[in-house]
Design a protein around this ligand. Structure first.
Ligand code: KG4
Ligand code: ZN
Length: 345
């Protein structure tokens, strides 16, 4: 069975083809991605209307590219999957509309997928896929959750952020440091030459005893700290501070976020008694987070699985994969009712 997947929830247009054969882990035949990041950078964040329009421009050329690279024709596709939410309403409607139009034209069923389930199952696209059950740390620009995962569709929420997501904490702090959108990767790069202990920043809810997160206070602490540094240095722009100071604040910010994610993941592993951790979502690409999780989990005899680096952020492969795994598990059937809707929240 061939599943074509379309992702358009935010600022990446992704299309992919996954093949489902019996009980085996479905395989990725091809995927294509267009990132709108450059287009939105001038505005310091994603502009929803521009995102929708760009998805419209990209989705069919990317679909053609995936068909070419997989050596398959549109007529061979058995199911067309798309991201149903959460995400930007207009952006989601492009992927849903195109998927349902293709389905209707081909007489093939369609299937709407939860974006976070895509992230959650994205490590199954790697060479070394995880086995159930596992603890999942889902860290993206919009979500921060710890979950117990017993199988496809069998998810128990253990804890989540009560305000900002981890990716948001990276991005908002980066913005204060004058870094371009999305600042997470740039802050992480700047942090490489910094001292993570240079500035004492809060670790919100670290000792709360539960598995919830809070990152809004960290952003405020970064703001206060950077204002102090500007005043002391007699400059008005963060980028006029000595490079070492900039790197030190970036490293201290990253250390605060990573420590909270690390400690809470360890608590979740202890509480569930599970020996497997899956990390997914854009922040899962963070090198410090990976290094520290790897070291801590090695000590505890826990195996950690990540999606491949290029599949950490949004992409079509994870949507096609999640759809294929839901079909395989019998959890969901594709439908031929093409009156689609989307779920932005
Ligand atoms: O999963 P994703 O692509 O989109 C959402 O569904 O939100 O995640 C994007 C987020 C952004 O906040 C971005 O700054 C962050 O992931 N991110 C990183 C890194 N790469 C991406 N944050 C820290 N370090 C990175 N290397
Ligand atoms: Zn995402």
């Amino acid at each position: 069975m061939l599943v074509l997947g379309i992702e358009s929830s935010c600022d990446e247009t992704g299309v992919a083809m996954v093949q489902l054969q019996g009980d085996a882990v479905p395989t990725l035949l091809a995927h294509a991605l267009h990132s709108q990041i450059e287009m939105h950078q001038a505005f310091g964040g994603v502009v929803p209307e521009l995102a929708s329009r760009d998805h419209i421009r990209r989705v069919l050329p990317l679909t053609r590219q995936v068909l070419n690279e997989s050596g398959r024709t549109l007529q061979e596709v058995d199911v067309v999957a798309y991201t149903r939410g959460p995400g930007l309403a207009g952006a989601l409607l492009v992927g849903a509309g195109v998927a349902c139009a293709l389905g209707a034209a081909l007489g093939k069923p369609v299937l709407g997928v939860h974006h976070l389930e895509g992230h959650l199952l994205s490590p199954f696209l790697s060479q070394d896929p995880p086995e159930f059950p596992f603890v999942a740390l889902l860290v993206s620009g919009g979500h921060t959750q710890l979950m117990r995962v017993d199988g496809v569709g069998r998810y128990e929420l253990l804890g989540e952020t009560i305000d900002d997501a981890a990716g948001e904490a990276f991005d908002k702090s980066a913005k204060l440091m004058g870094l371009a959108y999305p600042g997470g990767p740039l802050l992480s790069k700047l942090a490489e030459s910094g001292d993570p202990k240079a500035y004492a920043l809060p670790r919100p809810l670290l000792h709360s005893g539960n598995l919830d997160f809070s990152f809004a206070g960290l952003k405020t602490a970064v703001l206060v700290q950077s204002q102090r540094m500007l005043a002391a240095g007699g400059v008005t722009s963060f980028q006029d501070l000595p490079l070492q100071q900039q790197a030190d604040l970036a490293a201290s910010t990253q250390a605060a976020i990573v420590e909270v994610l690390l400690k809470k993941s360890v608590t979740a592993l202890k509480q569930t008694g599970l020996k497997r951790l899956v990390v997914a979502g854009g922040v899962g690409a963070n090198r410090q987070l990976r290094e520290q999780l790897n070291a801590e989990c090695a000590k505890r005899g826990v195996r950690v699985h990540y999606p491949e680096l290029h599949l950490c952020t949004d992409n079509g492969a994870m949507i096609a994969m999640a759809a294929a795994m839901r079909l395989q598990s019998g959890l969901q059937q594709a439908v031929t009712d093409y009156a689609f809707d989307v779920k932005p929240r």
